[in-house]
Design a protein. Structure first.
Ligand code: SF4
Length: 188
């Protein structure tokens, strides 16, 4: 991965994403854009342009990760186990997010207007500087996206401090899916 090509200071976008959640949790739905952009750029450029130049999370990891004495990649990275876990986590999370949002919209389930980390760890609601009248399912959806982004950012930061800044990129579901899309593209 080309670390030199990453535009500087993009980490502000990641920090702004989490800060915007305090203004209104509805901004958390920008996560959809973060997930779509890498694939839009990949389809246009036929390479991982997002990862190479524009990823705000990679920029944050470069800024916050361990500076020196990088540790060797652990076995759960080199044997691909964590990558497989993360892709399952990502897929299941999107399934739960979609399913629970539909259930809330149909009135069959109570909305969960609070952050949950790693699908299961219940945290708290965010203070809201802007009061927007939004349907409950949208509030629920926003908190699910916020929780998903917070969980993976937290894990990426912990790994970056223990091992090396961008070790997360070896297991990132967006990176893994981009690689698969590129392989598919080259075969056709
Ligand atoms: S692998 Fe993931 S975190 Fe790393 S640059 Fe790509 S999208 Fe960003």
């Amino acid at each position: 991965m080309n670390r030199k090509g990453l535009l500087p200071n993009l980490f502000f976008i990641t920090l702004a994403y989490f800060a915007l959640g305090i203004i209104s949790i509805l901004f958390a739905n920008l996560a959809l854009l973060c997930m779509a952009l890498p694939f839009i750029l990949l389809a246009k450029a036929k390479k991982k342009l997002w990862c190479q130049s524009y990823c705000p999370r990679a920029s944050l990891l470069n800024a916050a990760g361990r500076r020196k004495n990088w540790r060797k990649n652990p076995a759960f990275i080199t044997n691909g186990r964590l990558r497989r876990i993360m892709i399952w986590y990502f897929g299941l999370n999107l399934l739960f997010i979609t399913g629970s949002t539909v259930q809330v919209a149909l009135g069959r389930m109570e909305a969960m207007p609070y952050i949950r980390l790693f699908i299961a760890i219940e945290l708290f609601s965010l203070p809201q500087l802007l009061t927007v009248q939004a349907p409950l399912f949208l509030i629920h959806l926003s908190y699910r996206f916020y929780g998903m982004m917070a969980s993976t950012t937290l894990l990426a930061l912990v790994l970056s401090r223990i091992y090396r800044p961008r070790i997360w990129c070896a297991v990132c579901p967006i990176g893994t899916l981009s690689d698969s899309a590129l392989r598919l593209e080259r075969r056709t």
